[in-house]
Design a protein around this ligand. Structure first.
Ligand code: ADP
Length: 532
């Protein structure tokens, strides 16, 4: 017998064993999954075809060979439609492709019966070095059309999805297509002799690549990372090589060395694979966390925007009536509607005026914040003298300082350069800092300083007031932050003033700062602006 006959039988055994084992493995991995069920069906189709393939090279008579050829083709009839079925289920296309699948099963079933017709195989003739090879009848061409038709259709569906697929799915499709290509490359040699091309089925051994790659892609989908695949492939090759060395060991010594090395390599392979997988899984978890965080962050930004819009609308609606109230109270106080009947009513009016002022201030803060959040703050830059602004703010607050019995110190350096700034915004910031110092200081002093520090102009206001804790320093200048002692002292604050100040100063490329030796020990607030 020709040695190639042995090779053909061996390739049949190889394909049969591999596809049977993988079919069982895929099925028992998840018996309820449709994907696993259809894939194992495909594996068993290939297995049936391979079992018959084992025997045709060994058969001695034309009748026997014909029988194995016929059995082989019954298996082959279903292989392609099983494959399409699996692809359709896996790609979630069953509803859309249902009719095509049913039609595919029908045509394949018909051909599986027609294999016994004399129009499928006309007879047996010697070809190449084979004693018996089948002569194709007219039905055989149609059978091939059915066989390749369903494969190419599966291939078309896979390629179509490859373009939209991402990540693991993309890798799976690529692997499955690669297996398909290898199987075709090898398996196509099975058909040359039928059409009198003198190439025997040497490539048959590759026919089960299909099964191997598909099963790998489906079972190992969690680890379809190219690094894992490369590690697994390299380790497999090394282990197989060492295994062969172990088999061909010629002396006891060699046998011992090879077996110890093999066991060592196997152990190392397992450890290495596990660590590669763990690393990849960890990285995937981090990626997922980062994606979740990003999504939550986007949601927060959206919410923040909605809140700012609400604040802006509400504040605009409040400002008009508050300004009208202010106007009327002023007019009553000025006697525009006749003299105020008694001093008690005058006092009440003054209180109402103060509360109204407080509300206007609050609404203005809200409006400032919403403008800042929406990036709508407009600056009118011009050359200004910070000294003028500081003096004006001090003048505006002189009465409040005096009423509280605080000592005011003013230290403005001489010959300070003018800088480019928005007068109104800087005025707003200085006013806020000084006003806070007055608010949070009951006795002692308030010191206002303006000086040059390198390329900066520094404006700072120190006081002997309630001071700050280290934790406060971290959070000051954030929206709505108020220290605990400030909350006890003054209930009505909202913690927006410093936030607005910071944003306005940053709008000038400047910086704000706050220092304090501790709670109850006074503090220094201020900002620096670049001279150029
Ligand atoms: P509000 O004064 O309405 O609370 P601000 O934004 O102006 O809001 O101030 C935020 C917080 O910073 C205050 O609640 C207070 O805790 C702290 N703070 C501001 N200025 C001083 C100061 N001069 N001394 C001590 N703490 C201050």
């Amino acid at each position: 017998m020709d040695i190639s006959y042995l090779y053909f039988t061996f390739s049949g055994v190889f394909n049969a064993v591999v596809s049977t084992l993988l079919g069982l493995l895929v099925y028992f991995k998840d018996p309820r999954s449709q994907v696993n069920k259809t894939l194992s069906l495909f594996c068993f189709g290939v297995a049936m075809w391979s079992y018959a393939y084992i025997f045709w090279p060994l058969s001695q008579t034309a009748e026997e060979t014909l029988l194995y050829f016929q059995l082989l083709h019954i298996g082959a009839c279903f292989v392609s439609i099983f494959y399409l079925h699996f692809v359709v289920i896996w790609l979630n296309l069953y509803q859309a492709q249902k009719k095509i699948i049913i039609f595919g099963y029908l045509t394949s079933a018909i051909f599986s019966l027609l294999v016994f017709s004399p129009h499928f195989i006309k007879g047996m003739v010697p070809k190449f070095s084979m004693y018996f090879w089948a002569e194709p009848g007219v039905l055989y061409h149609f059978y091939l059309l059915n066989f390749f038709g369903w494969f190419f259709y599966s291939c078309y569906l896979l390629l179509k999805h490859l373009r939209q697929a991402e990540g693991v799915k993309k890798m799976q499709i690529k692997l499955i297509l690669l297996g398909m290509a290898l199987s075709f490359l090898g398996g196509s040699t099975n058909y040359f002799l039928w059409y009198n091309i003198n190439i025997p089925p040497y490539g048959n051994i590759l026919a089960s690549s299909f099964v191997i790659f598909s099963a790998y892609a489906i079972i190992r989908y969690k680890f379809l990372d190219i690094r894992v695949i490369a590690t697994e492939a390299a380790l497999l090759v090394m282990n197989i090589l060492l295994f062969f060395r172990f088999i061909i060991s010629s002396s006891l010594m060699e046998w011992i060395i090879n077996s110890v090395t093999l066991v060592g390599l196997l152990f190392l392979s397992l450890v290495l694979l596990r660590s590669v997988k763990r690393e990849i899984r960890r990285r995937e978890e981090i990626q997922k966390l980062a994606a979740d965080l990003k999504a939550v962050n986007e949601k927060l930004v959206e919410l923040d925007k909605a809140k700012s819009e609400f604040l802006s609308i509400a504040s605009h609606q409040l400002r008009t009536p508050l300004t009208i109230i202010k106007g009327y109270i002023s007019m009553i106080q000025d006697g525009d509607y006749g003299p105020v009947p008694n001093p008690k009513i005058g006092e009440v009016l003054s209180n109402v005026y103060q509360s109204n002022e407080h509300l206007i201030h609050l609404v203005n803060d809200f409006l400032d914040v919403s403008r800042i959040d929406a990036g709508r703050t407009e600056y009118k830059f011009e050359k200004v003298d910070l000294k003028d602004i500081l003096e004006e703010v001090v003048k505006q607050n002189a009465n409040r300082i005096k009423e509280k019995g605080l000592k005011l110190k003013l230290a403005i350096a001489k010959n300070l350069p003018r800088i480019t700034a928005d007068v109104e915004k800087i005025h707003h910031a200085v006013f806020n800092f000084l006003s806070n110092s007055i608010k949070y200081t009951d006795k002692g002093f308030i010191k206002t300083e303006l000086f040059r520090d390198g390329n900066w102009l520094v404006c700072q206001i120190s006081d002997s007031g309630i001071g700050l804790s280290p934790a406060d320093k971290e959070n000051l200048f954030q929206k709505f932050y108020r220290s605990e002692n400030a909350q006890q002292k003054l209930v009505e604050g909202v913690g927006l003033g410093l936030f607005v100040c910071r944003k306005l100063i940053e709008g000038h490329r400047g910086e704000v700062f706050a220092e304090s030796p501790g709670v109850g020990k006074g503090s220094t607030f201020g900002f620096r602006l670049p001279i150029k």
